[in-house]
Design a binder for this molecule. Structure first.
Ligand SMILES: NC(=O)c1ccc[n+]([C@@H]2O[C@H](COP(=O)([O-])OP(=O)(O)OC[C@H]3O[C@@H](n4cnc5c(N)ncnc54)[C@H](OP(=O)(O)O)[C@@H]3O)[C@@H](O)[C@H]2O)c1
Length: 307
């Protein structure tokens, strides 16, 4: 399993098991998935809001904690109390530390008034980041990072940091390759982690992907994940099926020509887009209370890229 070096000197396995099941909460299914993943050799787990199940699977697996790269996230509801939130996560996971703690979204949610705060309202993501920096000093997380940050929001954040985010976890697959964000982050030593890295399997009918997969005797998922890792991003596919999980950690070699085909796939008309379901048509296109412009996402309603 290849690993990527983080800007704090640690290493992160290039492929992790994604644990988001589409709904919040623990379940037997999450526990079984993580247990199977650990048995198959996954050593990087990306969790959020189902930490008890993940913790149970880790204990049951007998894989030493030190061999696992464990990632969890600070929810928007907890932006004003990261220390309490991390302590709660550690309790549910039943571990002493996580390897990476991510600010899940730049938006803070005001639970008292059931609304997302605007970018200027306190706690801003800069204020929340400063609280995350203090958590590294406690040893309860080895590193900190962000998620769903764009060049715009990173530009704002990076002017104020003591610790540069180790990673930025964003949606990434050939229909949303984010080439500019990748070069921006690479030049600042921020590793990108690709979520929805197999595009929620919406590439199964793409003729170019199918042609590559058939020609090199690989699966569609393997082509997409190998492309992700070869371009220098970690990938966190989710599957509850053992054979698919096995397939997803078996990388294949892609030549430069095939890399180029995948790099350019988004040029197909109407294909440069998000495949995620969290987009809202409110405010002319938005996500969790912020417009695409506030998020720094160059999108139109429905998560379609403008260019
Ligand atoms: N930071 C964020 O805001 C954020 C947002 C979204 C996701 N994420 C993270 O990213 C992880 C993965 O993203 P995702 O679940 O949206 O998308 P994904 O991993 O691209 O796709 C998952 C879908 O593809 C199917 N699948 C997986 N491997 C397959 C294979 N080899 N062949 C055929 N189908 C396959 C899965 O079905 P089966 O399970 O039935 O196999 C599931 O329906 C999440 O679990 C979460 O950890 C983070």
């Amino acid at each position: 399993m290849p690993r990527f070096k983080l800007n704090n000197g640690g290493y992160m396995p290039a492929i992790g098991i994604g644990c988001w099941m589409g709904t919040v909460g623990d379940s037997q299914q999450v526990e079984e998935m993580v247990l199977t993943a650990l048995r198959l050799g996954y050593r990087h787990i990306d969790t959020v809001r189902n930490e008890r199940s993940v913790g149970k699977a880790i204990r049951e697996s007998n894989v030493p904690r030190s061999e696992i790269f464990l990632v969890t996230k600070l929810s928007s509801e907890d932006h004003d109390r990261p220390e309490e939130a991390l302590q709660r996560s550690l309790g549910q996971l039943d571990v002493d530390y996580v390897d990476l703690y991510l600010m899940h979204w730049p938006q803070a949610f005001d639970t008292d008034h059931a609304r997302y705060r605007s970018p200027e309202e306190s706690p801003t993501f800069i204020e929340t980041w400063k609280m995350l920096e203090n958590l590294v000093d406690t040893g309860k997380t080895r590193s900190i990072g962000v998620s769903n940050f764009s060049i715009k929001t990173l530009d704002i954040l990076l002017k104020h940091v003591r610790i540069v985010p180790a990673t930025n976890q964003v949606e990434m697959h050939p229909y949303l390759p984010q080439h500019d964000l990748l070069s921006y982050c690479s030049s600042r030593d921020i590793l990108l982690t690709a979520y929805s890295p197999i595009g929620k399997y919406k590439f199964a009918t793409d003729p170019s992907v199918l042609e590559i997969a058939q020609r090199i005797d690989a699966s569609v998922a393997q082509v997409l994940l190998s492309w992700g890792v070869k371009r220098g991003t970690a990938v966190i596919p989710k599957s509850t099926h053992e054979l698919r999980m096995k397939e997803n950690i078996t990388l294949i070699a892609l030549d430069n020509e095939d890399m180029q085909i995948l790099d350019d796939l988004y040029h197909q008309p109407g294909m440069h887009r998000s495949v995620c379901g969290f987009h809202s048509s409110e405010l002319g296109g938005s996500c969790f209370g912020w417009t695409y412009a506030q998020l720094g996402w160059d999108m139109m309603e429905g998560g379609i890229m403008r260019s």
